[in-house]
Design a protein around this ligand. Structure first.
Ligand code: NAP
Length: 253
C-alpha cells in the first residue's frame, strides 16, 4: 500500500476550538501530517500556535464566537487569503450544560445548539461552497459524541446537538459526495479535557465511567489525532457519512 495516502503535505485545515483539549491535539496531529492550520478561537491560542510552528507548519488564528454565524464569511475569506485553498474542516468547538431536564433553561438549550449544531452546519456549508469553487473536493470531520448514540442524563441540549451532528453528517455526505466532499464524524468516548472536568471531579461517577470502559482508562487527546488524520487523508476517500467511535470500547459493551 502507498503510505503517501496518509500524507497531508501542503493541505490547509480549519480547526475550530483548538486552544485546548481535543481541538489542540487534532490541530497538532494534522500539522504533523503536513497541514497548515487556520484556527477558529475566541482568543489567540498561543500554545497551539507554538506547537504547530514547532513542527514546521503555519498557524493563523481567526477570532470568532461560534455562538453566532455572522463570523463565518470572514473565516472563509481569511483562510483563502492566507493559504489560497481550504482542504479540510474539523468542526470541533463545542460546549455542554448540565441540569435536570425538568429545570433546563431556554438559554442553555440555545447556547449549546448554536455552537454545537447550527454553526457546524453553516460553517460546513460555507466551506463546501469553497470546495466546489476550487473544484477540489475536500474533507469535513465533525466531532460528535457518545451522546450521538445514547441518551445521556442531565444534558438535554448536548444530546440533541450531538445526535443532530450524526444526522447532518449523513445528510451532508449524501448531498456532497458527488463533489468529492467526504463528510464524516468522530465520536469521542470519555476524554480527559475541560469538557469532562466535572465528571472526573466526582469520584463515584469517575469510577463508574472507568469501570465501564473496556480499555480501562479515559481517552487522552492524542488518541483522537490518528483517526482525524485518517479521515482527512486520501485513505478515507470512499468513506461518506460515517461516525467513527473512538471510545476505548464503550459502545461495544
Ligand atoms: P474543551 O476542552 O472544553 O474545548 C472546547 C473548545 O471549543 C475550546 O477551544 C473552546 O474555546 C471552544 N469553544 C466553545 N465555545 C465556543 C464558541 N462560542 N466559539 C468558538 N469556540 C468555542 O472540550 P473538549 O473536550 O476538547 O471538546 C472538543 C469537542 O469534543 C466538543 O465538540 C465536545 O463536545 C466533543 N467531545 C468531547 C468529549 C470529551 O470526553 N472530552 C467527548 C465527546 C465529545 P474556549 O476555550 O474559548 O471556551
Amino acid at each position: 500500500m502507498n503510505m503517501d495516502l496518509f500524507s497531508l503535505t501542503g493541505k490547509t485545515a480549519i480547526v475550530t476550538g483548538c486552544n485546548t483539549g481535543l481541538g489542540q491535539a487534532i490541530a497538532l496531529g494534522l500539522a504533523k501530517a503536513g497541514c497548515n492550520i487556520l484556527g477558529v478561537n475566541r482568543s489567540l491560542p498561543v500554545e497551539t500556535q507554538q506547537q504547530v510552528e514547532a513542527v514546521g507548519r503555519k498557524f493563523v488564528n481567526v477570532e470568532a464566537d461560534l455562538t453566532k454565524t455572522e463570523c463565518i464569511p470572514h473565516i472563509i475569506e481569511r483562510a483563502v487569503s492566507e493559504f489560497k485553498h481550504i482542504d479540510i474542516l474539523v468542526n470541533n468547538a463545542g460546549i455542554i450544560r448540565r441540569e435536570d431536564a425538568i429545570n433546563f433553561t431556554e438559554e442553555d438549550w440555545d447556547d449549546v445548539m448554536n455552537v454545537n449544531l447550527k454553526s457546524v452546519f453553516f460553517l460546513s456549508q460555507a466551506v463546501a461552497k469553497q470546495f466546489i469553487a476550487q473544484n477540489s473536493g475536500g474533507k469535513i470531520i465533525n466531532i460528535a459524541s457518545m451522546l450521538s448514540f445514547q441518551g445521556g442524563i442531565r444534558v438535554p441540549s448536548y444530546t440533541a446537538s450531538k445526535s443532530g451532528v450524526l444526522g447532518i453528517t449523513r445528510l451532508l455526505a449524501n448531498e456532497w459526495a458527488k463533489y468529492n466532499i467526504n463528510v464524516n464524524a468522530i465520536a469521542p468516548g470519555y476524554f480527559a479535557t475541560n469538557n469532562t472536568a466535572a465528571l472526573r471531579a466526582d469520584e463515584k461517577r469517575n469510577q463508574e465511567i472507568v469501570d465501564r470502559i473496556p480499555a480501562g482508562r479515559w481517552g487522552t487527546s492524542d488518541d483522537l489525532a490518528g483517526p482525524c488524520v485518517f479521515l482527512a487523508s486520501e485513505a478515507a476517500n470512499y468513506i461518506h457519512g460515517y461516525t467513527i467511535a473512538v471510545d476505548g470500547g464503550w459502545l461495544a459493551r
